[in-house]
Design a protein around this ligand. Structure first.
Ligand SMILES: Cc1ncc(COP(=O)(O)O)c(C=O)c1O
Length: 462
């Protein structure tokens, strides 16, 4: 038998899955029991035919998948997969490169070097900032904050890499009231603690209040880290970068931007003003698996001073063949051995070009507004946020009056079960809301209109 036959079978299954995305109910249909029946049981003594294993994955597995890569998935903030990025991801697996060292994969080192430079250019960041390709926004935040910790303590005469945190000067950490949980989780992992942060109040859209930052900074005596946000996970709001970064820098603080999806706004002229000044920060976290529509998992950590990133991450051992002056991947990310995660990013950027990225971001923003207009026109439906990017928050009043929180939750449950589209809920300023995120390259106006109709049908109880 041809040992490569499973590759053809996987291609056939992938084609069939992808072409079904726009037709199938978005929600998974399989029960837990049926999935456990299909996939559970003991490890077989004798191996099975590889193509039959793939058939099992497709036949029993697909009913248990969410069509997140389809055109009517609007939950969380989840992009689909542009075919070129998906294909480059397959090549990444086929190449099977270990990208920790230049010597192990000169090709991927150059692809990542170039993709990093392109990203910095797209976002208007310093073109020579250091860029690491990590698994997502969580690890991008972690990597950037590890760099911040290294630099801040270094300035205070403390080498955190050698000495750890015991006896180190205290780092004051300032975050917005609306900080994303992955920033807090990173602080936890880094020994900076998630409960001892100082929180700055936010406005009705979730933007950090620049007037409130000054008094908080005044209480920070020593190394200070300020975490701002581009793209509130609920409203899409962007913190006012210019005044926040200026105040933080005047205090000598390191400013980190969590821009998991919102930083993509800086890549298009139509949204750039929203992020004005973002390039003055010290580090930035952004996802490629969100708005760039690269398959999971793909995030990017960017640090203004590449040397700081290299020192915070790098490692050495006698058997590591180092390449002076060349890009050893291990210096840019927490991982040691890893896949060539930058390759699909490179392919997506090259296939889209600058104009294509602008179009992708602009289209999602326009479709989010279309959602807001379509739903907001209906009686009893209220759009709660200013739709500045790709996020829409909607609340539903029960037709006969009553508990709008419970009714909003009920509408979300009905929409999820109905299957035309999928979206989730959240709490916004203490009120239940439906959360819509338009992040897919393949969503059309027709998909939005169909989804609006389905949501309104569910709200009417039909
Ligand atoms: C603002 C923000 N930061 C960080 C993250 C975490 O990103 P990831 O899920 O890629 O780790 C998200 C995810 O939605 C986010 O919206």
């Amino acid at each position: 038998m041809d040992p490569l036959a499973p590759l053809d079978r996987a291609l056939a299954h992938a084609r069939s899955w992808i072409s079904s995305l726009g037709r199938r109910p978005v929600r998974p249909a399989a029960s837990l029991e049926s999935l456990q029946r299909a996939f559970g049981g003991p490890l077989p003594d004798r191996g099975e035919d590889p193509t039959e294993v793939l058939d099992l994955l497709a036949q029993a597995g697909e009913p248990g998948l969410m069509a997140t890569a389809g055109p009517r998935f609007f939950g969380f903030v989840i992009g689909g997969s542009q075919p070129v990025a998906l294909a480059a991801d397959w090549m990444t697996s086929a190449w099977d490169q270990n990208c920790g060292l230049y010597v192990l994969s000169p090709t991927v080192a150059v692809l990542e070097e170039t993709a990093g430079r392109w990203l910095n250019g797209l976002f208007g960041l310093p073109v020579d900032a250091g860029v690491g390709f990590v698994t997502g926004g969580q690890m991008a935040n972690f990597t950037c904050l590890a760099s911040a910790r290294y630099a801040l303590l270094g300035r205070a005469g403390w080498d955190v890499s050698e000495q750890g945190l015991f006896g180190a000067p205290e780092i004051h950490v300032v975050v917005g009231e609306e900080v994303h949980v992955t920033v807090l989780r990173s602080l936890r992992f880094l020994g900076l603690g998630q409960a001892r942060v100082k929180r700055v109040p936010a406005d009705a859209q979730g933007r950090m209040d620049p007037d409130a930052l000054g008094p908080v900074l005044a209480g920070c005596n020593g190394p200070t880290l300020v975490c701002v946000q581009a793209g509130n996970v609920n409203t899409g709001a962007v913190d006012p970068m210019e005044p926040l970064i200026a105040a933080a820098h005047a205090h000598g603080a390191w400013v980190h931007v969590d821009g998991a999806f919102g930083l993509w706004g800086a890549a298009t002229p139509s949204r750039r003003a929203l992020l004005q000044g973002v390039e003055k920060a010290d580090s930035w976290a952004v996802d490629a698996h969100k708005w760039l529509n690269v398959p999971y998992d793909s995030g990017v950590a960017i640090v203004r001073e590449e040397e700081v990133l290299r020192h915070a991450m790098g490692s050495s051992a006698s058997y590591l063949v180092r390449s002076t002056g060349l890009r050893d991947g291990v210096d840019f990310v927490p991982e040691f051995s890893r896949r060539g995660r930058g390759t699909p990013v490179y392919a997506a950027l090259r296939a889209l070009g600058r104009r294509g990225v602008e179009g992708l971001v602009d289209r999602c923003c326009a479709l989010a507004r279309r959602f807001a207009e379509g739903l907001g026109r209906a009686p009893g439906v209220q759009v709660l946020n200013e739709v500045v990017l790709n996020q829409v928050l909607v609340r539903f009043e029960p037709p006969g009056g009553g508990d709008a929180d419970a009714f909003t939750r009920e509408v979300i449950t009905r929409v999820q079960a109905e299957g035309t589209c999928w979206l989730g809920g959240s709490l916004w300023k203490g009120r239940d809301v439906m959360r819509i995120s338009v992040s897919g390259w393949n969503t059309t106006e027709e998909d939005v209109d169909r989804s609006v109709s389905a949501i309104l049908r569910c709200a009417r109880g039909a």
